[in-house]
Structure formats: structure tokens, C-alpha cells
Design a protein around this ligand. Structure first.
Ligand SMILES: [Zn+2]
Length: 433
């Protein structure tokens, strides 16, 4: 016993041509007891491949015919010749007739030129959907595996090798030109589901895009002028800690949209195609805090470790001095150096709550000891409360720096990295605990 299934697809174009295609599936009852119920993936591939051949061929023929008519005199254009062309789709490759039409001799006297109409509807020989699908899979798994997965579910022939997947992934990334990218950016920035379409560009996590950005106050050169400038200094680049290069820009325009556009433009010159993670490293300045929210998702904001370290360093120096010299405050604060080191350790590992829990009793003890009138205690108290305020107001952007550091990722702006390297010979002063 067997059942023969017939699937029929029928199309009619405006010229009155009809196209009819039948796909037959034989299902024997023998397999039913083996659990062979319903259509299988193989059946699905067979059906979709057959239907796709019918639809693509019909569309290609119809479009070619439509383009054969000269729009000026409404007669058929002369035939230059026919070749075949393969159009790759998610449901298989379809080989179609690829005509070349001449320009109409009456309407274009003296001009001998021909064109292939199919170039107009499928310039890439693969549909945009196949491009995007391959690119998306290629961004989630190794190219070789992506090619395999595609062939697993879709009637895509084995010639869709991993090299093809790789080529398409990279090509899709390259193809969004400036204009396109700008429009996409505006439209998509708000959309939550955008993250699902994100692709990590080839090259691994270490190759994240980083905007390190700082504000600088510049006093007017004229001592009588009260005018100060606020400058925004940014570096936009790709790569991890210590990687050189990148684009710099300086602007006195502190308008958020202007900074964002400058930064995105610079990133694009570094190869950013609106995909992949962007990390903004900045100090806690208000104008810079808003920048990551204006960027495309996923954008992470990280407080520059340099700014945290530079707040702790003077505290550490005072505490070390107290302990080393065993001066008066030592009696009331015997573990002050270790207490501060522990706060730094917690911040370095992104343990913000722990750091706050460590700072609060420290501040209380410093306050109690202030009666001793010791200058170093007053100074420590002031520095510690500044640090607490800074940590509180930036808590969402204090991350596990240790983890990033060990992964080779940036934890400070490139300028800060340079600065610390110049001042102390290496970045170890800021990083070690
Ligand atoms: Zn004509």
C-alpha cells in the first residue's frame, strides 16, 4: 500500500502565460510502522527545491520578457544571445536562461549595446536572503559548521562550502555603504530586537571596537579672559590592550549627537559596519555617560580604570606612609593600608557593592579619628568620600576589569595607557594591587 501525494503550484503572469509544476511524493505504508509519519526533512527539501525551480524560472522569464519591450516604441528589442545563469537561493540553486537584449535600433540610432536583464534583479547570483542567512550563521559558528548546518535543513548543494559562507559573511559586512548604514542606524537604534541580528565580525572578541573618550578643560590663553573650553578627546579603534592605531578626534562641540556621529564615522573608517560590540571607555562626565545610550546596541559603557586608579593612588600613598612610619594615626588605623588595598581589589574585580561596603566603615573610622587633628586623616577622609561618591554615581559602568585585563581587552583609554606607561615605565602601577 502506498499513497502518492501531489503538490501543485500554478502561476500566471500578466502576459497570460501560466506556469504549472507538480511535485510527487510517494509515501509507503511500510515505513509508517517504523515511525516514518509525515513529511521528512528530505521530503521538505525536495518539495521546496522543485517549487523554487518553478517560481524562479517563471520570474526570470517574465522579467526578461518585460525588459525586452522597448519603453519608447513598444516593440521587442533584438536578441544579442542567450547564456545560462545560476541563481542561488535558500531553497537551492536554479539555472535559468539568461538572455541579452540589444538596445532598440530605431530609438537608439548608432548605438550598439546589449544588456542582461537578470543582472538587474539579481546582481549577486545569490539572493539577499541567502546572503544574510549565510552571514548570520557564519557570525554565530565556524564557517565550516555553518555550511554544514545550511545543507542540513535546506536544499543547498554541497558546493556551498565554508569558503562561500566566509566570503558572504565578510561581503555582507562590507556591503553596507555609508548612506545605507546611516539610515539603518537611525531606524534600528531604538529597536530592542536588533540584538538578534547582530553579527560579530570575524576576528574574535579581542577585536572589539573601542571608543575611549575623555573631556578636558582648557583654560583660555588670555589670563584676563574667564572663558574655558571643554574639549572632547576620543580615540576610536579596534583591538585589545596595547594595540596601537585607531582614529583620534578632538572636538569642542559637546552636543551628544555630534559626538556620536563623529565617533561612528571614525569607527567606520576602522572597519565598523554597524555590527558587533562597541565598548565606550570614558570618565564619569555627564555628557559622555549619555553617549553609549545614543549608540547602536550592543554598546557597553565602562568607566576608565585609570580614573578609578587615580582616585585610589593618593589614598594608598598616605596609608602606606602611616603604616610604614607608625605615626600617630597608626594606633587607631592599624590596617588602613590593607583596607584601601581591599577596596581597590574589589573595584578591579567589578565588585561595586563590596567596595561600597568596605568604604563606608572606613569612612566612619576616619571620621572618628579626625579629632586627633592629624592632617593625613583629614585628607584620607576627603579622598575616600570622593571615591565613594564616584563609585555610587558610576556603579553601572564599573565592570570586572581584572577579567577584561586577563582577556587582553582594554580597561583604560589609550591616552591613559600612554600616560601611565610614560610616568611609571609600565602600566603595572595602575593595574597591580
Ligand atoms: Zn524602441
Amino acid at each position: 500500500m502506498a499513497v502518492e501525494w501531489t503538490i501543485t503550484i500554478e502561476g500566471r503572469n500578466e502576459f497570460g502565460d501560466t506556469c504549472r509544476k507538480e511535485v510527487r511524493i510517494d509515501k509507503s505504508w511500510k515505513g509508517l510502522s517504523d515511525g516514518d509519519i509525515g513529511l521528512s526533512i528530505a521530503d521538505g527539501k525536495k518539495i521546496m527545491a522543485a517549487l523554487q525551480i518553478a517560481v524562479v524560472s517563471h520570474e526570470a522569464e517574465t522579467y526578461s520578457l518585460f525588459r525586452r519591450v522597448c519603453p519608447d516604441c513598444h516593440t521587442f528589442r533584438p536578441v544579442k544571445g542567450y547564456t545560462t545563469r545560476k541563481i542561488r537561493t535558500v531553497f537551492g540553486t536554479v539555472e535559468v536562461r539568461n538572455p541579452r537584449w540589444m538596445l532598440c535600433r530605431d530609438c537608439h540610432p548608432g548605438m550598439v549595446a546589449a544588456f542582461a536583464p537578470l543582472n538587474e534583479i539579481c546582481p549577486d547570483r545569490a539572493t539577499p536572503e541567502l546572503f544574510e542567512l549565510t552571514a548570520r550563521l557564519g557570525s554565530m559558528m565556524p564557517y565550516r559548521q555553518a555550511a554544514k548546518v545550511l545543507g542540513e535543513f535546506l536544499p543547498i548543494e554541497p558546493t556551498e562550502t565554508y569558503a562561500t559562507v566566509r566570503k558572504r559573511t565578510i561581503r555582507v559586512g562590507e556591503r553596507l555603504d555609508e548612506q545605507n548604514a546611516k539610515e539603518e542606524r537611525r531606524a534600528r537604534a531604538q529597536r530592542d530586537d536588533r540584538s538578534q541580528l547582530e553579527m560579530q565580525l570575524p576576528g574574535g572578541r579581542r577585536k572589539e571596537f573601542v571608543i575611549s573618550i575623555d573631556t578636558a578643560h582648557v583654560r583660555s590663553a588670555d589670563p584676563n579672559s574667564a572663558r574655558n573650553f571643554e574639549l572632547v578627546v576620543a580615540r576610536c579603534g579596534r583591538g585589545g590592550r596595547g594595540d596601537v592605531g585607531g582614529r583620534y578626534f578632538v572636538t569642542s562641540n559637546t552636543d551628544q549627537a555630534a559626538i556620536r556621529d563623529r565617533a561612528l564615522h571614525a569607527l567606520q573608517q576602522e572597519g565598523y559596519c554597524d555590527f558587533g560590540n562597541v565598548t565606550v571607555i570614558s570618565d564619569g562626565a555627564e555628557i559622555l555617560k549619555r553617549l553609549p545610550r545614543a549608540m547602536l546596541k550592543p554598546t557597553a559603557h565602562i568607566i576608565d580604570w585609570f580614573h578609578i586608579a587615580m582616585k585610589i593612588q593618593p589614598m594608598q600613598q598616605i596609608a602606606d606612609h602611616i603604616v610604614r612610619s607608625q605615626s600617630d594615626p597608626f594606633e587607631v588605623l592599624p590596617t588602613i593600608d590593607r583596607d584601601i588595598r581591599s577596596v581597590k581589589w574589589r573595584l578591579w574585580h567589578g565588585r561595586v557593592d563590596g567596595a561600597i561596603r568596605g568604604l563606608q566603615p572606613l569612612l566612619a573610622r576616619l571620621k572618628d579619628s579626625q579629632s586627633a587633628g592629624e592632617f593625613s586623616i583629614a585628607r584620607l577622609y576627603s579622598l575616600a568620600s570622593q571615591l565613594l561618591t564616584y563609585v555610587h554615581s558610576n556603579r553601572g559602568a564599573i565592570v570586572n576589569y581584572g577579567k577584561r585585563y586577563r582577556a587582553g581587552l582594554r580597561v583604560a583609554s589609550a591616552l591613559a595607557e600612554c600616560q601611565s606607561a610614560r610616568n611609571w615605565g609600565s602600566d603595572s602601577v595602575l593595574m597591580t594591587l
